[in-house]
Design a protein around this ligand. Structure first.
Ligand code: BGC
Length: 338
């Protein structure tokens, strides 16, 4: 081959090589661009953790408040929160959704305890597979859940008992007092603990007695029906207590429906639904014990974050309760957490 041909071949080879190098460089830059959005906000090169939150009832205002708090923390820690739950209270559906979350290999799950052996087996299965499980609002004792976030329900029940005692002492010449009670759900551990705490205080007084305990099945309609039943069957009842968030307004509805029996009934509620607060302002409900569902959601996600940072978690993480009555009616509307 002549010298001229050699030189031409070398130039052509060099051009091909340069083109290949450039195309390789462009591909690398393109791949970097594609990977960038997958980086989490804390700067680590990982896909955002997928956390599943399963509620007792999807659109129940109390559970929406838990969701809101959880979303705030998920945004802060760069987690991807999936909120789900049955439209109406349905423990079987909660179980199925937990099964699916485990099968889908969620990074963590936040669930309400439902006091069910199969559910406990699933929680243990998730834990064995390295999926941290946090119970929220209601614990699932006997399971291997990582931690419980929510109210100290036994204590909250006692507090309710004390509110009744205090109110009776403020009234002149009350002799025997009969109390009707609504709980949200028969089997839920949180309701049973509240009832247990309540009974433990009431039983200390000879002049106080519980006429009947009925379940509202966390429905305002059923709360009104069950409260009406108690009022009609126990005309001696002068105090009515609701231990879950829709009970207070349900009781109020019943009291208004049966004025002959409902007259002068002292109503004590749980949680701070807008209608409950309004009824307190109107002196139709005496007071309510206010939980912090928003804080529960926020703290649950924060604990999951701590867990992934390798920190040890406490078995129970209690959120505080406050009492709202006419005198203290300015309970914080909007809470901003650190
Ligand atoms: C309870 C929740 C329940 C809600 C129902 C709250 O007081 O803590 O367990 O789901 O009421 O509205």
């Amino acid at each position: 081959m002549s010298n001229r041909k050699w030189n031409l071949s070398i130039v052509i080879l060099f051009v091909i090589f340069a083109c290949l190098m450039l195309s390789f460089l462009f591909s690398m830059l393109h791949i970097r661009e594609l990977i960038q959005p997958l980086k989490s906000t804390d700067g680590s090169d990982s896909i955002p953790r997928h956390v599943v939150l399963i509620s007792q009832e999807l659109d129940n205002p109390y559970w929406r408040s838990i969701e809101e708090g959880a979303r705030g923390a998920a945004q802060k820690y760069g987690m991807d929160l999936e909120y789900m739950g049955p439209f109406r209270i349905n423990p079987d559906e909660q179980i199925k959704r937990l099964e699916k979350a485990i099968a889908a290999k969620a990074d963590a799950v936040i669930i309400q305890g439902i006091n069910d052996p199969h559910y406990r087996t699933l929680i243990d299965k998730a834990t064995d597979q390295g999926i941290p499980v946090i119970t929220i609002d209601t614990d699932e004792p006997g399971s291997q859940r990582l931690s419980y976030v929510g109210t100290d329900n036994l204590d909250a029940g006692k507090r309710m008992g004390e509110l009744i005692v205090q109110s009776i002492h403020e009234q002149p010449l009350v002799e025997q007092v009969s109390i009707g009670v609504l709980i949200g759900n028969e089997s839920a551990d949180n309701q049973q603990l509240r009832l247990q705490g309540f009974r433990s205080v009431i039983s200390q007084y000879d002049n106080l007695s519980i006429a009947e305990v009925k379940s509202s099945n966390i429905s305002r309609l059923q709360a009104a029906e069950q409260a009406e039943y108690i009022l009609l069957h126990h005309p001696e009842v002068s105090y009515m207590v609701g231990l879950s968030s829709l009970d207070g307004i349900g009781i109020l509805e019943a009291v208004q429906r049966v004025p002959a029996h409902g007259k002068g009934i002292n109503i004590f509620a749980f949680d701070d639904l807008a209608e409950t607060k309004e009824a307190i302002t109107q002196c139709q409900i005496v007071s309510t014990i206010v939980q912090q569902p928003n804080r529960m959601g926020y703290d649950a996600i924060s604990l999951i974050h701590d867990f992934f940072q390798g920190k040890a978690l406490q078995q129970q993480h209690f959120t505080a309760i406050t009492v709202l009555d006419r005198r203290t009616s300015a309970v914080s509307e909007e809470v901003v957490y650190p």
